[in-house]
Design a protein around this ligand. Structure first.
Ligand code: IMP
Ligand code: MG
Length: 176
C-alpha cells in the first residue's frame, strides 16, 4: 500500500523559496507582468502563493490538464481545450507543480504558441532529475528532486493528499 512518508520539503522552506521565485519573476518582467497560467489541479497552492507575492496587477488563469494515472504518466494529455483563446498576443508564464517527463509542459507550450501567445515562459515548483520524454526547459525552478513520487502542496496520488502544507514522499508500506 502506498502512503505519505518522510517530509522532503517543509512548509517554511517551500514558502521562502516561493517568495524568492516571485521576486526573481518580478525582477525579470518589471512592469510588464505576464498572465500566469496555472495548470490545475496540481498548481493550485503554488499559483496562489506566487500570486500573493506578486504585484496586485498580476493576472492569472487556470486550465485543467492531466496525464497521470496512479504514479505513472499515461503518455496522453487531456484538457488542452481548456486553454483560453483570449491568451492570443499575451505574454504567458505557465505555472505548474512539477516537471517530470515534460509531456504536459511541452504540449501546453505548443498549444499557447498555436493560439498566438506572444511569449511563453515556464515556472515549476519542482523538477525531477529524470530523462525527459519531451524536451522542456523551465525558466524558473523551485527545487530539483530525485525520481521519487511526492505528494502535498497541491500534488496528489489519485486525488488524495493535496492539502498537506509540506511535500512528502509516497512510500510503500506493508498492508495490515
Ligand atoms: P509530465 O507531463 O510527465 O512532465 O508530468 C507533469 C504532471 O504529472 C505534473 O503536473 C503532475 O501533475 C504529475 N506528476 C508528476 N510527478 C508527480 C509526483 O511525483 N507527484 C504527483 N504528481 C506528479
Ligand atoms: Mg499537473
Amino acid at each position: 500500500m502506498l502512503q505519505p512518508g518522510r517530509t522532503l520539503l517543509s512548509s517554511p522552506r517551500i514558502q521562502s523559496r516561493v517568495a524568492e521565485m516571485a521576486s526573481e519573476i518580478r525582477g525579470h518582467y518589471g512592469a510588464e507582468l505576464p498572465v500566469l497560467l496555472g495548470l490545475m489541479n496540481g498548481a493550485l497552492f503554488f499559483l496562489s502563493d506566487l500570486m500573493r507575492n506578486l504585484p496586485p496587477e498580476a493576472e492569472f488563469q487556470c486550465s485543467v490538464v492531466g496525464s497521470y494515472e496512479g504514479t505513472a504518466s499515461s503518455g496522453r494529455l487531456q484538457g488542452l481545450d481548456t486553454i483560453g483563446e483570449n491568451l492570443r498576443g499575451r505574454r504567458i508564464l505557465i505555472v505548474d507543480d512539477i516537471l517530470d517527463t515534460g509531456l504536459t509542459l511541452s504540449k501546453v507550450d505548443e498549444r499557447l504558441l498555436e493560439l498566438g501567445a506572444e511569449e511563453v515562459k515556464i515556472c515549476v515548483l519542482l523538477s525531477k532529475r529524470v530523462p525527459r520524454r519531451m524536451e522542456v526547459t523551465a525558466d524558473w525552478v523551485g527545487f530539483e528532486i530525485e525520481n521519487e513520487f511526492v505528494v502535498g502542496y497541491g500534488l496528489d496520488h489519485n486525488g488524495r493528499y493535496r492539502s498537506f502544507e509540506d511535500i512528502r514522499v509516497l512510500d510503500e508500506v506493508a498492508d495490515k
